[in-house]
Design a protein around this ligand. Structure first.
Ligand code: SF4
Ligand code: SF4
Length: 84
């Protein structure tokens, strides 16, 4: 089973907690404002996410979700796997 990590951009208040706690340094704060005028978190290094859910647990606004998806949907349109 594969997983999908989603940030509700407009539900995020840009507090940066998730950025701080992520053990894989996946997240950063965007330079673009959301509908509330905050700079939301986003996945800068999606490929490094290990779906540990620490960010979801820490987010005070419950703006991060990890959900199970079909394995095929996890790697759309990829013909080669980069191994760096
Ligand atoms: S699930 Fe874990 S690895 Fe992925 S962004 Fe959140 S804290 Fe980082
Ligand atoms: S912890 Fe939640 S509210 Fe704070 S920056 Fe991350 S996603 Fe946004």
């Amino acid at each position: 089973m594969a997983y999908e990590h989603t940030i509700d951009t407009d539900g995020c208040k840009g507090c940066g907690l998730c950025v701080t706690v992520c053990p894989k340094n996946v997240l950063e704060i965007s330079n673009d404002v959301n509908v509330k005028g905050y700079f939301p978190a986003y996945q800068a290094r999606t490929e490094d996410c290990i779906f540990c859910a620490i960010c979801c647990t820490m987010c005070p606004d419950v703006a991060i979700t990890i959900s199970e998806i079909e394995a095929e949907a996890a790697a759309p349109k990829q013909t080669e796997v980069e191994d760096e």
